[in-house]
Design a binder for this molecule. Structure first.
Ligand code: FES
Ligand code: FES
Length: 152
C-alpha cells in the first residue's frame, strides 16, 4: 500500500492503495465515482475513458502510480452542470440507448475537440474508433460530435 495525492476534477484526493491498482478501481471503489465504467479491463472498449491532462486515456490499464501530478478529469468533472458542448450535443441528438458506453464516448469526443476543433468525418471516425457501443449508436455519436464542434 502507498498513499497517492490525486488531482481529480480540480480537487486533491488522497488514497492509500496498492500502486498497481488501475485508476478505474481507485475512482469507482475508493472514491465512489461510478461515472467511469468498466467494460473489458484490457483497453479494448473505451468505457473507462478519462482525461489525463486533456488527453483521453483508458483508466482500466492506468496504474494509479503512473498518474503523479497530472490532472485527472472524469465524466463527473467534464462540466459543472452537465453543459459541456459535447454533453449538450449528446442531448440534442438523443445519442444514448442503454447508456453504458456513453461516458467513455463523451470523454473521447471532448478530448478530440479540445485537440481539433473542426475534425473531418475521417478524423471523428478515427478518434472514436476504439470506443465500442453494443447498442450501435455510432451514427448519432458522429452527428453529435459535429454539432458540438460547431457550437464550441
Ligand atoms: S474497460 Fe477500459 S477500455 Fe474497456
Ligand atoms: S448505448 Fe448501450 S452500449 Fe452504447
Amino acid at each position: 500500500m502507498a498513499a497517492f495525492n490525486l488531482k481529480i476534477n480540480g480537487v486533491t484526493k488522497t488514497v492509500d492503495v496498492d500502486p498497481t491498482t488501475p485508476l478505474l478501481w481507485v475512482l469507482r471503489d475508493h472514491l465512489d465515482m461510478a461515472g467511469t465504467k468498466f467494460g473489458c479491463g484490457i483497453a479494448a472498449c473505451g468505457a473507462c475513458t478519462i482525461h489525463l491532462n486533456d488527453t483521453a486515456m483508458r483508466a482500466c490499464v492506468l496504474p494509479v502510480s503512473a498518474v503523479g501530478d497530472q490532472e485527472v478529469t472524469t465524466i463527473e468533472g467534464l462540466s459543472e452542470h452537465g453543459d459541456h458542448p459535447v454533453q449538450k450535443a449528446w442531448l440534442e441528438h438523443d445519442v444514448p440507448q442503454c447508456g453504458y458506453c456513453q461516458a467513455g464516448q463523451i470523454m473521447t469526443a471532448a478530448a478530440l475537440l479540445k485537440e481539433n476543433s473542426n475534425p473531418s468525418d475521417d478524423e471523428i471516425e478515427s478518434a472514436m474508433n476504439g470506443n465500442l457501443c453494443r447498442c450501435g449508436t455510432y451514427t448519432r455519436i458522429k452527428a453529435a460530435v459535429k454539432t458540438a464542434a460547431k457550437n464550441m
